[in-house]
Write a protein that binds this ligand. Structure first.
Ligand SMILES: NC(=O)c1ccc[n+]([C@@H]2O[C@H](COP(=O)([O-])OP(=O)(O)OC[C@H]3O[C@@H](n4cnc5c(N)ncnc54)[C@H](OP(=O)(O)O)[C@@H]3O)[C@@H](O)[C@H]2O)c1
Length: 312
């Protein structure tokens, strides 16, 4: 009887300690979430970093919204995208609305020989922010060997989603390091966080962007450079083929406003509270359940696409 008393005391303190530890962890998480998603860091991106922002894939969707939000903060913007007509239109919209200077560089990121032209276009500019946003995905989910024009798709996905991020960084980072300040925002995807079968190459290219960003952040944070890996779920854009924004699939403007508030606070983020909650849920699933769901969802999308296109 007597020897049971110290054991009971020990268990009491062990239990109390565990409860206190868990309470502290939960409070810290809630405080961090409040700070990140409610308060945010409006000053994470500003003119202080440098006069110019460069955005790739900036004539539509998420890239266009980044260009607009950066211009709203007073930054001059270099728009780098494919079609000169669309560039001219977005450029004049931004100039009129935000009264900032703009420049355009028309290049196709599926080619490898465009970087001298971009280098010339950026020469002499004090670049504070680079948004590596340009990206392409599959036309529809498909088994690797059955992707139409596979050779070309492999080349385009690698050049647009991977090469562009490395080469743009190579062009812009030296100036940032010289001035000991700068922000690089790399748009990965939730499919770079959890592998997505039937979008295999896309998913793998986005994992590259995530790893590249996280490593680069560690290499250059002490030199004053903040590199962020942004991993969104669906955003209502041309690429996702979602026309009507919802709470879970926000408009590019809603998404970018939210993501920009995390700059300086989080080097790896879904960018949007609902997407962060979706990520916590997905990552908590056992991988066999996750893969079963992801595979079945994409099989259904594939079947729907093939049926619809057979009819037309
Ligand atoms: N939307 C989503 O649900 C989602 C989710 C996760 C991650 N992301 C990522 O977010 C980024 C932006 O996607 P988004 O949905 O905003 O795409 P989007 O609406 O299709 O816009 C893509 C932009 O990139 C330009 N572009 C496309 N291919 C190009 C090329 N070969 N050379 C030069 N410019 C090119 C487009 O110009 P044109 O107008 O001339 O085509 C357009 O300005 C991508 O990296 C994507 O992987 C998107």
């Amino acid at each position: 009887m007597e020897s049971a008393l110290p054991a009971a005391g020990f268990l009491y303190w062990l239990g109390a300690g565990t409860v206190a530890y868990l309470a502290l962890r939960v409070s810290c998480s809630l405080f961090t979430a409040f700070w990140l998603w409610v308060v945010g860091n409006e000053a994470g991106v500003s003119l202080e970093l440098g006069e110019w922002a460069v955005v790739t894939g900036s004539t539509d969707g998420i890239g266009k919204s980044y260009a607009e939000e950066l211009a709203k903060r007073g930054m001059k913007v270099v728009l780098v995208s494919r079609s000169q007509d669309k560039l001219n239109q977005v450029s004049s919209e931004i100039r009129e609305q935000f009264k900032v200077e703009t420049r355009t560089i028309a290049v196709d990121f599926s080619s490898e020989d465009i970087y001298d032209k971009i280098k010339t276009g950026l020469a002499g500019l004090e670049i504070g922010v680079l948004v590596n946003n340009v990206g392409m995905s599959y036309e529809y989910p498909e088994y690797f060997l059955e992707i139409p024009d596979l050779d070309n798709v492999i080349k385009k996905l690698i050049n647009i989603n991977i090469l562009s991020v490395c080469k743009m960084t190579q062009l812009v980072l030296p100036g940032m390091v010289e001035r000991s300040k700068g922000v690089i925002l790399n748009i990965s995807s939730a499919s770079g966080m959890s592998p997505v079968p039937l979008l295999t190459i896309y998913s793998a290219t986005k994992a590259f962007v995530d790893f590249f960003s996280r490593c680069l952040h560690e290499e250059y944070r002490s030199k004053g450079i903040f590199v962020q890996s942004v991993l969104p779920y669906y955003v209502a854009t041309k690429m996702s083929k979602i026309r009507k924004p919802t709470l879970g699939k926000p408009s590019p403007s809603t998404f970018v406003k939210s993501a920009l508030k995390t700059v300086g606070l989080k080097s790896r983020t879904c960018g949007y509270l609902v997407h962060a909650l979706m990520a916590s849920f997905t990552l908590a699933l056992p991988s066999w359940i996750y893969f079963k769901i992801a595979m079945n969802m994409n099989k259904a999308v594939r079947a729907h696409f093939l049926k619809k296109n057979k009819k037309n």
